[in-house]
Design a protein around this ligand. Sequence first.
Ligand SMILES: Nc1ncnc2c1ncn2[C@@H]1O[C@H](COP(=O)(O)OP(=O)(O)OP(=O)(O)O)[C@@H](O)[C@H]1O
Ligand SMILES: O=c1[nH]c(=O)c2[nH+]cn([C@@H]3O[C@H](COP(=O)(O)O)[C@@H](O)[C@H]3O)c2[nH]1
Ligand SMILES: NC(=O)CC[C@H](N)C(=O)O
Ligand SMILES: [Mg+2]
Length: 511
Amino acid sequence: MQHDKVLILDFGSQYTQLIARRVRELNIYSEIHPFNKPPKNVDDYKAVILSGSPMSVRSEDAFHPDLSEIRGKKPMLAVCYGAQYLAHFSGGEVAESNTREYGRANLSFVEDNEAFLEGIQVGSQVWMSHSDTIKQLPENGKLLASTHDVQNAAYKIEGETTYAIQFHPEVYHSTDGKQLLENFLVNIANVNPDWTPNAFVQETVDDLQAKLGGDKVVLGLSGGVDSSVAAMLLHKAIGKNLYCIFVNNGLLRKNEFTDVLEQYKGMGLNVKGVDASARFLDALAGLSDPELKRKAIGKTFIEVFDDEAHLIQDVKWLAQGTIYPDVIESVSATGGPSATIKSHHNVGGLPDYMKLQIVEPLRALFKDEVRRVGASMDMDKDLLGRHPFPGPGLAIRILGDITAEKVQILQDVDAVFINGLRESGLYDKVWQAGAILLPVNSVGVMGDERTYEKCVALRAVESTDGMTADWVNLPYEFLQKTSNDIINKVKGVNRVVYDISSKPPATIEWE
Ligand SMILES: Nc1ncnc2c1ncn2[C@@H]1O[C@H](COP(=O)(O)OP(=O)(O)OP(=O)(O)O)[C@@H](O)[C@H]1O
Ligand SMILES: O=c1[nH]c(=O)c2[nH+]cn([C@@H]3O[C@H](COP(=O)(O)O)[C@@H](O)[C@H]3O)c2[nH]1
Ligand SMILES: NC(=O)CC[C@H](N)C(=O)O
Ligand SMILES: [Mg+2]
């Protein structure tokens, strides 16, 4: 069954992903594409949303895409930069505003009897983030809403299904933002909201069957949520032709290799555990630059999968649990308007010699959507509730070069922390937690003796998708006990600190 699709053209706003999420929360499928690389078949999309941007429409190099295939031809919603763009290049006027407007505002005027604003009243809170302001509406523009400081907070173009808003409906703080998106997508653009987890499973299984036929597929299984859900979908589609490989890269958590293999036994999957720890440690020897470490790990993963594929023989496909943020975070590498922050080991593509095609059934989903899909297949709650754990594992939590000894210290520290969270009932309240081994020794005193040992940082964050995150206010008593336990139980560590940085500006992992 075909679903209606919504196209989001990204001008580099940090909120673009949130637009996609909000739209999908309405059970409507949406895709983000860089404004300068729109999909070939714009006709496949039922409506288009233009994102905000760090750019000013007044600057000489302002992003200035050709919208002639879209504007007036299909429903379009322009947000922030998008709204300024429509005004600036179509007979209106955009100027620098006297005061930069960030944060909370309330609608002070709302046009009556307007389908776009149905259910939205004067007083509704909206979130602003702009320094330019629309002084004059474009040709045929009709004012729809204002705030105290922003006269042209929303407008439409008469004779088109084109709507524009200065504020951001995609952020939670715009309290009626979701309603506004629903008004636009469902009532104005007539998009059918039928994209649900159950529909996703059924369609994905059908698609996989059609695509893979009787081919053999290898899947990198990590014990994490994404690859496990991907494995279940593939298992439903092709059964015994799915060969799951769980690699011990020597950078997993304490006892994780055996525990995870045990856990998969009940799921009916064909899983092989491959211990390649020595190979990974060799590849990492002497490397301390984060990107070089990530690349070495990515390369070694590929080599291990390649060897395994040869052992199985006639394998045609490599399946991965890649999800949407992995894809989007790497988009700049393919020419998008945002910046590359980290090279994710699973998005780089495969070397030519492998001759395997890639299949990534979760490529379009966000993490919470993956969890919902897993739940709709009755997968184990504990598995679905697992904190994310990065493919490069502890290597990106040991700052500097990696040695077997450092890995062991960090495994022990991590185990004390994570078990402590579980025992205190805090594990499920935290989105992700882990420990970081710092390349710092500090002086301590233990049993009247001087020590000069390692310092570890603990990190626990709340998030919905890993794109933004805030540190968790863990109870002092918990931190106190954990710190004691770590220093008493783990030899070589004499100091524990807690990371209180949000993302942005920090990232979740330290490398
Ligand atoms: N130890 C591993 N063995 C085999 N494949 C792995 C391993 N670690 C990572 N991968 C592959 O890399 C992909 C990306 O890892 P990532 O950590 O983003 O996802 P995940 O482990 O499936 O889920 P989660 O984000 O919940 O940890 C995985 O889906 C999997 O295909
Ligand atoms: O599979 C992965 N391969 C990677 O290379 C990778 N780097 C970061 N992460 C995870 O992504 C989320 C966001 O992490 P950052 O804030 O550190 O970018 C967090 O959940 C991280 O654990 C990775 N996962
Ligand atoms: N969030 C945005 O799209 C901002 C648009 C533009 N850069 C401004 O500051 O006004
Ligand atoms: Mg993982």
